[in-house]
Ligand binder design. Structure first.
Ligand SMILES: Nc1ncnc2c1ncn2[C@@H]1O[C@H](COP(=O)(O)OP(=O)(O)OP(=O)(O)O)[C@@H](O)[C@H]1O
Ligand code: SF4
Ligand SMILES: [Mg+2]
Length: 327
């Protein structure tokens, strides 16, 4: 399968009294057809990474260096107009965290869609054409036509979130980036959202998903592979099952053991553990391995030297940034 997304040594920071590197040298890639999870505690830089990949960082977030390539498009080397009209929504669509609040409260969903379509395509499609497109797409993704005529406040949280995802996939983008699409939802709506994402891919409306969530339990329901982020960098990547069943990085171990497990056979679930301490201040990240102040296995040299990304023997698709695996 060919590569869909390539991210190489990406760096971006927030401006202000201090420069805060929310993403501080991230490298990974995705192949076509893949559903990739991006997990980590609150504040580790997941949304910053998603935003930088989308090529639409908010005003305070600045791209510093590195490569983001989707298909043949190099996001930070292309003309902004081309990025807006050719790449955004059509090749790669980004649904930011809390995006359901981005729906205009005084506009019906269909009127919001009219604005989005005209802004993205730069053309003046007729209302009739846009309605036809929206109706066909909403029906395809399991939302009824009636929701197009509603105002956002007339929809439940789950419906609003699904409407936002439907709008973001109107042009069948190859890559959908969704940031915390399930976080603000109740359990039933979370399940519907995950099913919708799965169906979008099964029906060939989208090819791949970068699913950002602090909730590994949601990611494990749908992702093929997962990236674990800590303090602005990626510390482990691997198949989703391996991340859950055989986490390598002490931080990932902590994340995984904080998932509530339910054993249908009645055996006792594993003991829940939490990771001691908090995410460090990104204005001044710890030296060496950034996890060392919280790591139960820290060694003397961990404080001084940053570990490289290591592929442990017999673990071809599993990478970990930790000295424990350096032979
Ligand atoms: N506007 C801003 N100015 C300065 N620092 C910021 C700004 N927005 C975010 N940050 C910092 O950047 C870091 C990464 O934030 P980010 O929102 O990407 O984390 P996250 O992993 O998405 O967290 P969450 O799970 O809570 O959504 C955090 O330490 C945060 O404090
Ligand atoms: S490199 Fe050292 S401090 Fe960092 S996670 Fe591994 S053992 Fe812990
Ligand atoms: Mg976030």
């Amino acid at each position: 399968m060919s590569e869909l997304l390539i991210v190489e040594d990406l760096r971006g920071y927030y401006t202000g009294a201090y420069q805060v590197y929310g993403v501080d040298g991230v490298t990974f890639s995705m192949v076509e057809g893949e559903i990739l999870g991006l997990a980590g505690e609150s504040g580790c830089g997941k949304s910053t990474l998603a935003e930088l990949i989308s090529g639409a960082p908010r005003p305070l977030l600045l791209y510093e260096s590195g490569k983001v390539q989707v298909h043949e498009y190099q996001i930070y080397q292309m003309d902004e107009e081309l990025l807006r009209t050719e790449v955004k929504c059509k090749i790669m669509s980004y649904v930011p965290q809390a995006s359901m609040e981005s729906l205009n409260p005084v506009k019906r969903i269909i009127d919001f869609i009219m604005d989005v379509v005209r802004e993205r395509t730069g053309k003046k499609e007729s209302k009739k054409e846009i309605y036809k497109l929206a109706k066909k797409h909403f029906t395809r993704v399991g939302l009824d036509e009636d929701s197009l005529k509603r105002y956002p406040h007339e929809l439940s949280g789950g419906m609003k979130q699904r409407a936002v995802i439907a709008i973001s996939t109107l042009w069948n983008p190859s890559l959908l980036i969704v940031d915390e699409p399930t976080s603000a939802l109740d359990v039933t709506s979370q399940k519907q959202m995950i099913k919708m994402l799965f169906d979008l891919k099964q029906k060939g409306i989208i090819q791949s998903i970068l699913f950002v969530s602090h909730d590994i339990a949601s990611l494990r329901q749908i992702c093929d592979r997962c990236l674990i982020m800590y303090c602005g960098i990626v510390v482990e990547t691997g198949k989703m099952d391996d991340i859950i069943n055989d986490p390598l990085h002490p931080y990932t171990e902590g994340l995984v053991s904080s998932i509530v497990s339910f054993n249908p056979d009645g055996t006792k679930p594993k003991e829940l553990k939490s990771i001691p301490g908090n995410q460090p201040d990104l204005r001044n990240p710890p030296s060496g391995c950034r996890f060392h102040p919280r790591c139960p296995e820290a060694m003397t040299h961990c404080k001084q030297y940053e570990p490289p990304m290591i592929i442990p023997p017999h673990k071809k698709d599993h990478n970990v940034k930790c000295w424990l695996y350096k032979k």
